[in-house]
Design a protein around this ligand. Structure first.
Ligand code: NAD
Length: 497
């Protein structure tokens, strides 16, 4: 654990009850700097362990989290307010990712021979992906286990040490993850925790780490990028979204309505890849709306065991939701379910809005609440066009029975991920990269791309024999050059049409 120079603390609060869960230190620049220095040493040790030993320790961590899942889920429930079963779901997914990263790191990043080509035939060529050193992971609160794990597991599996700053709303969950790692890797502080608000994150961004894995809003990502620019520190930015779901006329409407209800309302809509907009083809629009209304009527927020979702984790989000609903209604949007009176802190009842103009905040900005807009379109192509019109491009979904049309639409959607006939399915496939386009960020976590994000490619050549023509020598003659030009002309000079 990081020792603290400053005496300031902050409280983690249960958003449903207002009870203080625990107090945490506000780590300042000196604390963060000390953690990064310790991480440097730990990084050398961790990298030196090699693939096999790291794999073993990461799998031990996975097993530890799996065995103590109930305890961790309780903590997630307390700090975020989400139902216990949803807490378990995000932990399950995180476990799958640790497993994949641990088991695939050597294959994806380990040394391999690559072809050297005819012109460099005398060279043997090797490629490997080396650890970067120390990675800073700055996380959000909405999925305090699953989301940072997309960076933590992959950065650790790639051989880096990590300094982790969880959201100020979920420091206890962050602390639990770090302590559990220390249980299985007690030798060195390979994964450390720093706690605090934006200033602590800012100090970490300026600390000279080798990479920053940031997950949060696009507005904060801009600040983190500006801070990172001071040291030319690369960043991966996983930001917000305004995900759209498209429903074609041949879609299974029950499945689509069920997925829209869950995609929009689960976790109180506080999901970066949650469904915030639905575009439905005209001939099934009214049937879909009715099915969605029916399903949503059975959904209820609360803090009890039967509740479908919990309170808003971050109280200030209530104002954003209210602003978006009010703006939509002022522009003649129609409430199908709920409205402004659905907002009753700390809960928000489900809101379905129709006829909302495309320039409204409820369509263009991330609402991050249990609200959804449903809009009629003439065909799938118009749905794609409207879905692509915004600044964000994180996830998306398409419902149709036609595989061809679904894949065409998926390819045309300007998002990092698309699920066909489901929502959010890609997050559970550890071999697929996860990340966005535009204001949703850049770079990827998860999968082989997620591992490479936390490694630097290293190219090595070894001269196997002296070449008949040495091009990189002052002894090279014009005749040598003529020979090589003839060879290249033969190989590459053919006309293409
Ligand atoms: P946020 O941007 O307010 O905060 C994210 C983290 O950044 C927190 O730990 C915060 O303390 C820290 N931070 C704040 N100011 C900072 C600064 N100047 N320098 C460095 N760090 C700073 O976001 P949030 O409210 O915690 O999370 C919600 C947002 O995260 C939503 O937009 C959501 O869509 C997005 N999100 C994205 C993904 C994804 O994978 N793309 C996943 C989950 C959440």
């Amino acid at each position: 654990m990081v020792t603290t120079k400053s005496a300031a603390t902050f409280d983690s609060v249960n958003p449903a009850t207002g009870e203080v869960i625990a107090s945490f230190p506000v780590h300042g620049e000196a604390d963060v700097g000390a953690a990064v220095r310790r991480a440097r040493e730990a990084a050398t040790w961790w990298a030196g362990l090699g693939w096999k030993e790291r794999r073993l320790r990461l799998l031990a961590w996975k097993s530890h989290i799996t065995r103590y899942m109930s305890r961790l889920a309780e903590l997630v429930h307390e700090e975020t307010g989400k139902p216990l079963s949803d807490a378990k779901l995000e932990i399950l997914l995180a476990i799958v990712h640790i497993d994949w990263a641990a088991k695939n790191a050597a294959r994806v990043l380990g040394p391999r021979r690559v072809r050297s080509g005819l012109v460099a035939v005398h060279q043997s060529a090797m490629l490997e992906y080396q650890p970067l050193g120390v990675v800073a992971v700055i996380g959000p609160w909405n999925y305090p286990v699953f989301t940072p794990m997309g960076s933590l597991a992959y950065a650790l599996a790639a051989g880096n040490a990590v300094v982790f700053k969880p959201s100020e709303l979920t420091p206890a969950v962050g602390g639990w993850l770090v302590s559990s790692f220390h249980e299985v890797v007690p030798e060195q502080p390979v994964l450390q925790l720093v706690t605090g608000m934006g200033e602590t994150g800012s100090a970490l961004a300026r600390s000279g780490v080798n990479k920053i894995a940031f997950t949060g809003s696009a507005a904060t990502a801009r600040k983190v990028m500006a801070a990172a620019a001071e040291n030319l520190t690369p960043i991966v930015a996983e930001c917000g979204g305004k995900d759209a779901m498209l429903v074609d006329s041949d879609a299974d409407l029950d499945a689509a309505a069920d997925a829209a209800a869950w995609g929009a309302m689960s976790n109180a809509g506080q999901t970066c890849v949650g469904v915030e907009r639905v575009y439905v083809v005209s001939d099934v629009y009214h049937t879909f709306l009715e099915k969605l209304r029916e399903r949503v009527a059975a959904i209820r927020p609360g803090d009890d065991r039967e509740a479908d979702y919990g309170p808003m984790t971050m109280p200030s989000q209530l104002d954003v939701i209210e602003g978006h609903v009010a703006d939509a209604l002022a522009r003649d949007g129609q409430p199908l379910t709920g409205g402004l009176n659905s907002i009753r802190a700390p809960y928000v009842d489900p809101v379905i809005l129709t006829n909302v103009p495309e320039e409204s905040k409820a369509v263009t900005e991330e609402t991050f609440g249990p609200t959804v807009t449903v809009t009629e379109v003439t065909d799938l192509a118009e749905g794609v066009k409207l879905a692509n019109a915004g600044r964000y491009g994180l996830g998306s979904a398409v419902f149709t029975k036609s595989r061809k049309r679904a894949v065409e639409a998926a390819r045309a959607l300007r998002t990092g991920m698309t699920a066909i006939n489901a929502v959010i399915a890609f997050a559970a496939v550890p071999s697929l990269p996860f990340g966005g386009v535009g204001d949703s960020g850049f770079g990827r976590i998860h999968g082989a791309d997620g591992l490479r994000e936390f490694a630097r490619p290293k190219a090595i050549t070894r001269q196997r024999f002296s070449p008949p023509v040495n091009l990189t020598s002052f002894s090279r003659t014009d005749k040598d050059m003529d020979k090589i030009v003839s060879l290249v002309t033969l190989l590459h000079g053919r006309r293409y049409r």
